[in-house]
Design a protein around this ligand. Structure first.
Ligand code: PGA
Length: 248
């Protein structure tokens, strides 16, 4: 069985003191979680959040990682730097990074391999834009991302995929339960074909895109959906906790 994983993507929100306050509120609310609980925080918040989550079920995640081990890459952070601070998960290839920061399938692939090599669990984001969905290109886009983003990965049980239709991110417009389930089912089927023999069956696939305290139960009840990557709703302790406790 695949253990559900609920991850918050704080994006560029929360100063260090705000981060500590949010985690303080969150801790008691998620103490009985039956899933993996992760907060992916801005890099500069990592040290304080590491301390703040101590003794709780919350695990630490980052929002990006560079692919080189070290060197002349001004402004970047390596997998080993994250690792030394107790980071266990890292979001890679979020659509905002693809859209605003020149992330490509090639760099997503390199970052994914670097994260794995350092023992971090990548949460790799894939998904189609509104134009692509309306143009009937969803599967074609996913096929491209599946083919390029994961080249060289040998063990998919160590990877999490976040299926995030771009039109649902931060828009309040969620994919329906059935749409999300069907597309995630497609991703799993396709990956099993492309990466046969590499433990794809044990890989968890999250849904992301305006998942919130209200719609989480319906989405999480779908058989293909193994969790959520939560943006806006992860910034309020009560809302995020409701999602984490989706099974209660
Ligand atoms: P959202 O963001 O929940 O605010 O739509 C999800 C994401 O971008 O990961």
């Amino acid at each position: 069985m695949r253990r559900p994983i609920i991850a918050g993507n704080w994006k560029m929100n929360n100063t260090a003191s705000e981060a500590v306050e949010l985690v303080k509120q969150l801790k008691p609310l998620v103490k009985d979680a039956n899933c993996d609980v992760v907060v992916c925080v801005p890099a500069i918040d990592i040290p304080v959040v590491k301390k703040a989550i101590y003794g709780s079920k919350i695990r630490l995640g980052a929002q990006n990682v560079h692919f080189a081990e070290k060197g002349a890459y001004t402004g970047e952070i390596s997998a080993n730097m994250l690792k030394e601070y107790g980071v266990q998960y890292v979001i890679i290839g979020h659509s905002e990074r693809r859209q605003y920061f020149g992330e490509t399938d090639e760099t997503v692939n390199k970052r994914t391999l670097a994260a794995l090599a350092a023992g971090l669990t990548p949460i790799v984001c894939i998904g189609e834009s509104l134009e692509e969905r309306e143009g009937g290109l969803t599967e074609k886009v996913l096929d491209r991302q599946i083919g390029l983003d994961f080249q060289g990965v040998e063990d998919f049980s160590k990877i999490v995929i976040a299926y995030e239709p771009i039109w649902a991110i931060g828009t309040g417009r969620t994919a329906t339960d059935e749409q999300a389930n069907e597309t995630i089912g497609y991703i799993r089927k396709r990956m099993k074909r492309v990466y046969a023999g590499k433990k794809v069956g044990r890989m968890r696939i999250q849904y992301g895109g305006s998942m919130n305290a209200k719609n989480c139960k319906g989405l999480m009840a779908q058989p293909e959906i193994d969790g959520g990557l939560i943006g806006g709703a992860s910034l309020k302790a009560a809302d995020f906790a409701t999602i984490v406790n989706f099974d209660k």
